[in-house]
Design a protein around this ligand. Structure first.
Ligand code: BGC
Length: 271
């Protein structure tokens, strides 16, 4: 096929989890604008998912809202079935849903530990497994993409940066990294590309406290060499590239989109 840089996802069918707000919402919108038909997964905010769907349709794209808790096997299967019924095939999964339940380690409850692992790690496992099954069962369509299918796992700089007070979250993202790489190694021969994105501090509801007051933002910027808090669109543009044939030879990589947060900024004036 001829790759069209203005519509890099033309003809592709993409499912984005956790797409009713934050990074997921920006990815869903960017995918729609890039020519993909988009499944907008949400768990508890149908109105917000509906707004994203309407915006994509209003701009001439195709989209549908899909309710599912990604940590539940039955709901994940039903969601992929509904997506397949509507769009006929699956080309891209963005496993994006994620939560934080922060606590000092000694105070962390088993529920806080479990919820984060269930959504951030087990949820990605369940969705990626379902996506791989569907990719393997359908014939590749070289008119839309050279790959048989693509999975993008939403990770975090905390797949490598330890994070006191957030041990459950950092453990989940470290797990996402090696799940992503091991899966990438396992399915690459079948033409499936699996990669990850590791966002730094992005202005979304999950970390509102870290940027909402000028003082908090000033403190946060000490950790970001590029001196600005990221926007969800910064991540969405990276996701469009990873889902498109422009990145066709990129397999099993984490793309850090973090304004330099992983560059040990504490060493600028120290060490
Ligand atoms: C977390 C945010 C945090 C950022 C950088 C993300 O993965 O969800 O709360 O601001 O990492 O520390």
């Amino acid at each position: 096929m001829t790759f069209d840089p203005r519509l890099p996802l033309r003809g592709q069918k993409a499912l984005v989890t956790g797409a009713s707000s934050g990074i997921g919402a920006a990815i869903a919108s960017a995918f729609g604008a890039a020519g993909a038909a988009v499944g907008v997964n949400y768990r508890s905010h149908p109105e917000e998912a509906g707004r994203i769907v309407e915006a994509i349709r209003g701009a001439g794209g195709e989209a549908m809202a899909l309710k599912a808790d990604v940590s539940r096997e039955d709901e994940v299967r039903t969601m992929f079935d509904a997506f397949g019924d509507a769009f006929g095939r699956l080309d891209v999964l963005v496993a994006n849903s994620g939560v934080q339940r922060d606590a000092a380690f000694a105070e962390m409850t088993l529920d806080q530990w479990r919820r984060v692992i269930d959504v951030n790690l087990t949820g990605q496992f369940l969705c990626a497994r379902e996506a791989v099954r569907r990719f393997l069962a359908q014939a590749p369509d070289p008119s839309v993409s050279r790959a048989t299918g693509k999975i993008i796992c939403m990770s975090s700089v905390h797949e490598v940066i330890p994070w006191a007070g957030h041990v459950n979250y950092a453990a989940s993202k470290g797990g996402v990294m090696l799940m992503m790489k091991s899966l990438a190694q396992e399915v690459a021969q079948a033409g499936i590309r699996v990669n990850g994105i590791a966002p730094g501090a992005i202005r979304t509801p999950i970390n509102r406290e870290a940027w909402e007051t000028p003082e908090a933002e000033r403190k946060l910027l000490e950790l970001i060499p590029y001196a600005r808090v990221g926007e969800p669109e910064d991540i969405a543009r990276a996701a469009v590239w990873l889902a498109s044939d422009a990145s066709d030879y990129v397999v099993g990589t984490t793309l850090f989109v973090d304004g330099g947060m992983t560059l040990y900024p504490g060493f600028r004036e120290n060490g």
